[in-house]
Design a protein around this ligand. Structure first.
Ligand SMILES: N[C@@H](CCC(=O)N[C@@H](CS)C(=O)NCC(=O)O)C(=O)O
Length: 209
């Protein structure tokens, strides 16, 4: 019986970094993917009325995807002990979320004209984020990691969000052009090549986003 249960919809979005961190650490988990119609009956029994949420042995529940990631990062050696490095991880994660958040709204925008205009603006802003990630990766020594010389949860989180953004952007007929950003590409390749992560990517249910 797995010690952890992750509940979310049948998608990557906010739950995938949790699944990736659990997989990285070899922590067995039940990957619960709710149907939309199941959610209203589950929602009142969640900490924040939101998904994803994590259940641990003994029935305790934790909401907020980044709080869950941090908790699991601690169990799996992915949370730096040094307060400065831990804060740098938070900075990277919050920054990549600044890059992702508008795209979520654009993706679910019902009005096609509004969607087009917002997406064009999003693509105009994208290089600013990608250039900054190149700068941050360079400042860390161009070692394919964001913070220090050991893998952290920030590397896994940022890897996930960059690949998610690229998938959404591709679906809309464009590309981030990650090959123009060699250090971000190196981070993506490094995380994807970790055997436990590669094994999860291979076996996880196939969803677009
Ligand atoms: N800050 C929260 C956001 C969670 C969130 O917005 N979840 C959405 C799904 S992506 C949700 O639960 N929607 C259903 C609802 O609010 O009833 C987190 O990171 O976990």
């Amino acid at each position: 019986m797995p010690q952890y249960k992750v509940t979310y919809f049948d998608a990557k979005w906010l739950a995938e970094p949790i699944r990736l961190i659990l997989s990285y650490g070899g922590l067995e988990f039940e990957d619960i993917r709710m149907k939309r119609e199941e959610w209203p009956s589950i929602k009142p029994n969640t900490p924040c009325g939101q998904a994803p949420f994590l259940e641990i042995e003994g029935g305790k529940k934790l909401g907020q995807s980044k709080a869950i990631c941090r908790y699991l990062a601690k169990q799996t050696g992915l949370l730096p002990e040094c307060a400065w490095d831990a804060a740098r991880c938070d900075m990277m994660v919050d920054y990549v979320d600044d890059f992702r958040s508008p795209l979520g709204q654009i993706h679910f925008e019902a009005d096609e004209e509004v969607k087009k205009v917002k997406f064009a603006k999003y693509m105009e802003d994208a290089p600013k984020f990608l250039d900054n990630f190149e700068k941050l990766l360079k400042e860390n020594g161009s070692n394919g990691l964001l913070v220090g010389d050991k893998l952290t949860w920030a590397d896994i989180y940022v890897y996930h969000v960059l690949t998610l953004i690229e998938a959404v952007v591709k679906k809309m007929g464009q590309s981030l052009g990650c090959d123009k950003y060699p250090l971000s590409l190196a981070l993506i390749k490094k995380v994807e090549a970790i055997p436990s992560i590669a094994a999860w990517i291979e076996k996880r249910p196939k969803t677009d986003f």
